[in-house]
Design a protein around this ligand. Structure first.
Ligand code: SF4
Ligand code: SF4
Ligand code: FES
Length: 534
């Protein structure tokens, strides 16, 4: 990590060159391959990945540089002042065609049964610039499929030996498990004896593999790449707030993959986070509003019954730290309006850092919005119902208190469940209001470093469920609050006006990578001085 006490360094020297006729200026030391991205030119590559040390082993990134005696591997060649680079010249194309032909000598014609098909860089580049027919008539090399442990399976025949997986385990996970075994055309990726890909972040090798050689057991044969809808989201499974893509097939979440964000998770997701998505599709969802004594009630009746119940009483809100900032903000307003209180609890587990990336870990708190719950006035507690007073109306906001033996006091002033599922201990509430989970709505979470990040709606809500902010906004309205909210961004604008930490923020300003709240610098400083990690 950067030394905070060091004097500010001078801006790096800019180098100007021409790539495919386009002038581009980049900092000294940049590779031609990265410079080409700035010029809007994609140079084909396999072994290069911006998160890994450069290996220069695949030769797929060969380009012609004027005045160079021979073609240059653009991933391993730095830019030079006045360089003129040709990516699509005849010489460069011919060389890359040869590289592809060599890779395909032993690569099977597996595309119809390969999970990577449709998102495979070998398919794409062969289609773009490979030979139309093979000249190779001899039988192909064959090796059996190998279980690499964890969620990873190795389909040896498809491997192009780019070594991205080996370098990830060596340099990023810093747990050397993989190696290149054998040499020449017999070379394969091997595991050191007795070792398995069980590191907490090992499944990133599946995303890094440019072909279908490393596959996820969890996703095996679940969908073809072109059947998937992809939505920008945030992993909800701990306070790190890794940027993710939720992939759905026919409105069902089938995979979660990393979305690059240099400020949060670089290119990675941990195994626990990426594989914990099945709960999104729970079948025991609350689908309709209900008031006691009915099987289904109109939304409006549920709202007015909730308001009548709350009139003149204190609301005690048991909130989930998985709720969005928008929902927590309005629940906080409900607490304030009734003079009540709010609390939350959070499941915990062992912390698991990714050593090669500063400040990236599977965090102890296994919920996305612990910081948001605290920001909006909810008290963290292992016994979150302790603050409940006689006569309070208990509002259970999507919290099941799973695994706990909960007994509600007899002197409750009422029980309202605003949730995705009905907790086992709250079987006969006065009012039930169905709400969506994070995949079915848009909103924001605040991560442990105070970074506010947006997630988008990835799939349809079940039946009549609506976002929790919408439900709470309606309850507030029924109680006489003069605000009305119609969109998640509208609620966020209200947060920005009401909460000094969020001043000046908006959905547009946050974009898809998020921004830190104003006190985030303080949060970071506290963590540095106390060493605390939540
Ligand atoms: S398994 Fe994939 S990432 Fe690893 S060397 Fe082979 S092609 Fe590259
Ligand atoms: S570190 Fe946390 S936020 Fe990131 S993928 Fe893992 S569980 Fe999700
Ligand atoms: S990407 Fe440059 S040699 Fe592999």
């Amino acid at each position: 990590m950067a030394d905070q006490t060091a004097a500010p360094t001078a801006a790096p020297k800019l180098i100007t060159l021409t790539i495919e006729g386009r002038p581009v200026s980049v900092p000294e030391g940049t590779s031609i391959l990265e410079a080409a991205k700035h010029a809007g030119v994609l140079i084909p590559h396999y072994c290069y990945h911006p998160g890994l040390p450069v290996a220069g082993v695949c030769r797929m990134c060969l380009v012609e540089v004027e005045k160079f005696p021979k073609l240059a591997p653009s991933c391993a060649t730095s830019v030079g002042e006045g360089q003129v680079v040709h990516v699509h010249s005849e010489k460069a194309l011919e060389a890359r065609k040869g590289v592809l032909e060599m890779l395909l000598i032993n690569h099977p014609l597996d595309c119809p049964i390969c999970d990577q098909s449709g998102e495979c860089e070998l398919q794409d580049y062969t289609f773009q610039e490979g030979r139309a027919e093979s000249r190779y008539l001899e039988p192909k090399r064959f090796n059996p499929v190998e279980d690499f442990g964890g969620d990873v399976v190795y389909v040896t025949n498809r491997c192009i030996l780019c070594t991205r997986c080996v370098r990830f385990m060596d340099d990023v996970a810093q747990e050397p498990v993989l190696n290149v075994s054998e040499r020449g055309d017999r070379a394969v990726i091997g595991k050191f004896p007795g070792q398995d890909l069980t590191h907490a972040w090992a499944s990133n090798v599946v995303d890094l593999c440019p072909v279908g050689a490393l596959l996820s057991k969890d996703f095996l044969n679940k969908a073809r790449a072109w059947e998937l809808d992809r939505t920008a989201s945030i992993c909800p499974n701990c306070t790190q707030g890794c940027n993710a893509v939720l992939e759905t097939r026919d409105d069902v979440v089938v995979r979660m993959r990393p979305r690059a964000n240099a400020d949060v998770n670089q290119f990675y997701l941990c195994d626990e986070g990426r594989l914990n998505y099945r709960w999104i599709e729970r079948r025991d969802r609350i689908e309709r509003a209900r008031v006691r004594g009915t099987t289904a009630a109109e939304w409006e009746l549920a709202m007015s019954t909730a308001a009548t119940l709350l009139a003149g009483k204190r609301a005690f809100v048991l909130a989930s730290p998985m709720l969005s900032n928008e929902a927590l903000f309005l629940l906080g307003r409900l607490v304030e309006r009734t003079g009540g209180a709010g609390a939350f609890t959070v499941a915990t587990g062992p912390e698991a850092p990714l050593p090669g990336v500063p400040d990236l870990a599977l965090r102890r708190d296994r919920a996305a919005n612990v910081a948001g719950a605290e920001q909006f006035g909810f008290a963290r507690s292992d016994s979150p119902l302790d603050g409940l007073r006689a006569g309070d109306v208990l509002i259970v906001a999507d919290e099941e208190l799973a695994g706990r033996d909960v007994r509600l006091p007899d002197d409750l002033g009422g029980l309202i469940v605003i949730g995705t599922v009905l907790p086992a201990w709250a079987r006969d509430p006065d009012v039930v209001i169905p709400v969506t989970n994070f995949a079915e709505e848009e909103g924001t979470f605040t991560n442990l470093r105070g970074r506010v990040q947006r997630f988008m709606q990835a799939k349809a809500a079940p039946a009549l469920a609506r976002p929790a902010w919408y439900a709470v906004g309606d309850v507030l309205h029924a109680l006489g609050d003069d605000s009305s909210f119609y969109t998640a961004s509208g609620v966020f604008d209200a947060i920005a006006l009401a909460h000094p930490d969020f001043a000046g923020l908006s959905y547009d300003a946050l974009g898809l990578r998020g921004l830190p709240v104003l006190s985030a610098a303080q949060l970071a400083a506290d963590t540095t001085t106390t060493g605390a990690a939540r």
